[in-house]
Design a protein around this ligand. Structure first.
Ligand code: KG4
Ligand code: ZN
Length: 344
């Protein structure tokens, strides 16, 4: 079985080929960071147009690198949602048309299921069941994962997602988009005990909240600006704020993971999504493994952020477990993960 995977839900064009025999055999990723940087965030129409330009040449390149002819493909998997509607439509219409032409199924994949299963591509993949911490730009969820498609969301953010909080704090610190990696890099030189920031929702169930933390950072920034002589914060203070903020997010995430493991009785924890690339978070969950005797899994950083490999792999899982897909083009911008069903 050989599956071509296509990801175009937001600002990354991702293409990969997954083979049941050899795993991911070729992949390519085109980031749109430079395209959106001057606007401080993703401009949906520019994102769609760039996917249109990049997608077909990337598919050609990845198939060539894999040494796979189009006629050898078993199916084409594509991100059908959630995401930006225009961006999704590019990948969905390309995948469905190409698959129709080849006479193979086009498999619509839920983007978050892709993130959820990405750690299965690691050298030591987790076995079902597990608790997943899904932390991306738009989602922060604790998911009780029983098997493929059997997902119960046991905790979620009440306001901002963790990645969104990183992006907003980056703006407060005059850092470029995308904010997460920029805040994390700045935090490397900072003292995380310099500013006392709240750990929202501590001890109050499995839900998260990050908007209060973001406001607390704004208050610290304003206060530091008032004290200073210039209208820019000194580099050391900015680094201390970034480090203190990052520590607060990581503490909140890890604590909820611990509570979630206790509540569900699960002994395996999987970290997924863009914020999962954060080094400080990865270190903290490692400690959880030592102190709480749980197995911890996370994909390598490049598979935490958006990519085609996770879509190819999720598509392959669905291909093996399910039977047929009617020819259709699916693009669902809002699509709750727990609406997915296990294969019949
Ligand atoms: O999963 P992802 O690539 O796209 C979505 O599905 O949203 O996640 C993107 C999010 C962004 O908010 C980005 O700032 C954040 O992940 N992110 C990070 C890091 N790398 C990406 N946040 C903290 N530390 C990082 N190293
Ligand atoms: Zn994502």
């Amino acid at each position: 079985m050989i599956i071509l995977g296509i990801e175009t839900s937001c600002d990354e064009t991702g293409v990969a080929v997954y083979s049941s025999q050899d795993g991911i055999v070729a992949e390519a990723l085109a980031s749109q960071i430079e395209l959106h940087a001057e606007f401080g965030g993703v401009v949906p129409e520019l994102a769609s147009r760039d996917h249109v330009v990049k997608l077909a040449p990337m598919v050609r390149q990845v198939l060539a690198e894999a040494g796979v002819g189009p006629g050898e493909l078993s199916a084409i998997a594509y991100t059908a949602g959630p995401g930006l509607i225009g961006a999704l439509m590019v990948g969905a219409s390309f995948a469905a048309s190409y698959a129709y032409g080849l006479g193979v199924p086009a498999i619509p994949v839920h983007h978050m299921e892709g993130h959820l299963l990405a750690s299965m591509l690691s050298e030591h993949p987790p076995a079902f069941p597990f608790l997943a911490l899904l932390v991306s730009g738009g989602h922060t969820q604790l998911v009780d994962v029983r098997s493929l498609g059997e997902y119960e969301i046991v905790g979620a953010t009440l306001d901002d997602a963790a990645g969104e909080a990183f992006d907003k704090v980056a703006r407060l610190l005059s850092l470029p988009y995308p904010g997460g990696p920029a805040v994390a890099a700045l935090a490397e030189n900072g003292n995380e005990h310099a500013f006392e920031l709240p750990r929202p929702m501590r001890g109050k169930g499995l839900n998260f909240s990050f908007s209060g933390l973001k406001t607390a950072v704004r208050i610290v920034v304003d206060e530091q600006l008032r004290r200073g002589e210039s209208d820019e914060l000194p580099a050391g203070i900015r680094a201390d704020i970034a480090a203190s903020f990052q520590a607060a997010v990581v503490d909140s995430l890890v604590e909820k993971c611990r509570d979630g493991l206790k509540a569900t009785g699960l002994r395996r924890l999987v970290i997924a999504g863009g914020v999962g690339a954060n080094r400080r978070l990865r270190e903290a969950v490692q400690q959880l493994r030592d102190s709480d005797d749980v197995e911890v899994f996370y994909p390598e950083p490049r598979l935490c952020t958006d990519n085609g490999a996770m879509i190819a792999y999720a598509g392959a899982c669905r291909y093996v477990a399910e039977g047929n897909w009617p020819p259709s083009i699916e693009a669902t911008p809002r699509w709750p993960l727990d609406e997915l069903v296990a294969p019949a």
